[in-house]
Design a protein around this ligand. Structure first.
Ligand code: HPA
Length: 245
């Protein structure tokens, strides 16, 4: 059984992935962000997709989330691990830290967010009480703990629209709402995976403190520096997870 991997900012390629085929798919929802890279990692079959394209060209609000998730389903994938860069809000969520979120609050808007929009035989409401797959989360947490990787195993991911970063007041509001981390791509990706009955979990990598949580400007340079370090740990976790899958 292959596992699907969605790489985010700072992860457009996976070290150690032996690519055997590349598939550019067309879907009823348009083109996915990039060709799906089919191959093996630690002798396990994986299919990798760069969420923002390769080179990185789709900002979070322009990613074709429906095409990306549909493509995985069409390729026979049943499990997806997504990697996502985030900002840290609550005190433990410091740059380079890894987080396996368990909840989502969606602040994004104007995105194509469902497969259930046209030609419906009946109205469908998916259960989304627990947006991430619990089994996948537990496996990730177990492996991270065993390997002494710095992770938080419970966190609420707030998804903003972007592409701008938030204001300090928006981050305070999100904190009051219960968000621990902030990103721009978690939704509708997680909900679309649930709609197609795909098990989905996220490894989030903290790239910066959220707006107002540190002194000074948030720069892309800082984000990339932290991501480089954090992604090393994320990749270690992913590789060990896949080996054990
Ligand atoms: N806000 C939203 N998305 C992000 C951030 C942030 O501070 N850092 C990385 N992705």
């Amino acid at each position: 059984m292959s596992i699907g991997i969605i790489g985010g900012t700072g992860l457009t390629k996976i070290k150690g992935l032996k690519i055997t085929a590349e598939k550019q798919l067309k879907t009823p929802f348009g083109k996915p962000s990039a060709p799906y890279l089919i191959g093996t990692l630690k002798n396990k079959e994986v299919i990798f997709l760069a969420r923002h394209g390769n080179p990185h060209c789709f900002p979070p609000h322009k990613v074709n989330y429906r095409a990306n998730i549909w493509g995985f389903k069409k390729l026979g994938i049943k499990h997806i691990i997504s990697i996502a860069a985030v900002g840290g809000i609550t005190p433990n969520m410091k740059p380079t830290h890894l987080v396996i979120p368990d909840q989502i609050i969606d602040y994004s808007y104007s995105r194509e967010q469902t497969f259930f929009a046209k030609n419906l035989a009946e109205v469908t409401h998916i259960d989304f009480s627990y947006p991430y797959n619990q089994k996948l989360r537990m496996q990730l947490i177990k492996i991270a703990t065993k390997n002494n990787l710095p992770i938080s195993s419970l966190a609420t991911y707030g998804c903003t629209q972007g592409p701008r970063l938030e204001t300090a007041a928006e981050i305070l509001r999100m904190e009051t709402d219960g968000c621990d981390i902030v990103g721009m791509t978690g939704m509708p990706e997680a909900a679309l995976a649930r709609e197609l009955n795909l098990a989905y979990a996220t490894i989030a990598v903290v790239a910066n403190w959220g707006a107002g949580k540190s002194t000074g400007e948030i720069t892309m340079k800082e984000i990339h520096q932290h991501l480089e370090k954090g992604m090393d740990n994320a990749l270690q976790l992913l590789t060990k997870f896949i080996k054990a899958f």
